[in-house]
Design a protein around this ligand. Sequence first.
Ligand code: GN1
Ligand code: MG
Length: 358
Amino acid sequence: MSADVRSLIALCEQFAIERPVEAVAPLGRGLINETYRVETGGGCSVLQRLNDRVFPAPERILTNLARLAEHPEPPESFGLRVPALIPSRTGAPFVRDASGAVWRLMEFIPDTCTLPRLQETSQAREVGRILGRFHRWISALPSADFAVTLPGYHDTSGHLKRLMALSDARRAAPEMGPIFDFIEARLDLAEALDRAVQSGRIVPRLTHGDPKLDNILFDRDGRRALALIDLDTLQPGLIQHDLGDCLRSCCNVLGEAETDPAKVRFDLVLAAAILTGYAEVTRGWLSDGDIDSLFDGIRVMPFELGLRFLTDHLQGDRYFKVDRPGRNLIKAQIQFALVADIERREPEIRAAIQAVFG
Ligand code: GN1
Ligand code: MG
C-alpha cells in the first residue's frame, strides 16, 4: 500500500524543512519500510513510513536514533557519515498520519550511491572498513541504553521453532521435502551462537543488525564507502550477526534475487577483503572468542534468513515485500544454497579468518 503523492507532500510539510517540496519518488530496494526520496529546491531528504507489522513499537527506533544523536558525531577524518534525523515542526522525532502510522524524515547524504554488487576487492575492503568504523563508533555506547526495536530479530532458534510449528500441513508439497531435509540436518546450527554466549565466550553488544550491501553508501564512483544507513535494527546483538550478515549479502555476488540455487557461490576473495578492511580499523578489538565464533556467524546468518523467507512464504508473504507469490520460497532456497557453499568451503573460510585476525 503506497501513499499518493499529495498526501506524501502534506506529510513532508509537517517536518522542519525550509523549502517547499518539489518531488517525491520511491527510493531503494528495502523489503520492510516504505521509502521515498523527497526533493526540495535546497536538496534532498528521505521520507519513510516505518512498518508497524514488523516493528511492534516503531517510535522506539526514533528514541534509539535520538540517543545515538546525543553521542558526538564522528569527526570527518573518521570516515563515517551518519544521516541526521529531521524533526517535525513541533520538535518531535516523527509524525503520525491519520491511520496512526509513524513517518520520519532523514537527511539524504548527497553524491552517494549504493552498489548492486561488489565488483572489486578494493570495494569489499571499504565495506569492511565502514562496518568496522561503525562498530568502533558505537562501542562507546552502553547497549543497555538502547531499546530492542525488533524482539527476537536474530534469535535463530526462535525462527526455527516458528517454522517447525507451522510446517506440517505444507510439508506435503513436493518441493518442500528436500528443503526440510536440509534444515533438519542442521538443527544444531541454530544454537551455535547461543552456546557461545552461554559459555561466556562472546558477549552481546550494540550492533547495526542489517549491514547488507544495499545499506552501505559509496561515493559516486563507487570507490569509498561513506556511510552505513538503515539504523532501524540498531539494538543489542552480536558482532557475529553483523559480520555474518554483511558477508552473507556481499559475498553472494549473484544477489538475493538470483533464481537458480545451483549457481550460488560464496566469494571467498571478497570475504577475505571485507574481513581485512574490518580488521584494519578495529585491530585488537575482537576477543579470541569473537574470532573463534566468526565462522559460525557467517554460516548461521544465511541459514537464519532462509528460515525467515521460508516461514514468510508458508504464512502468505506477510513480512517481506514480494513482487510475486513464490518469491520468498526461491529466496529461501538461494540462502540455503549459500549455506551449503559456505559449508563446502569451511576450511578455506576458517583459514582466511585466521590469516586476517590470527
Ligand atoms: C530486510 O528492509 P531491509 O531490506 O533493510 C530485513 C533484514 C534482511 C533483509 C534481506 C527488519 O531488510 O533482516 O536481512 O531484508 N529487515 C528486517 O534483504 O527484517
Ligand atoms: Mg532494514
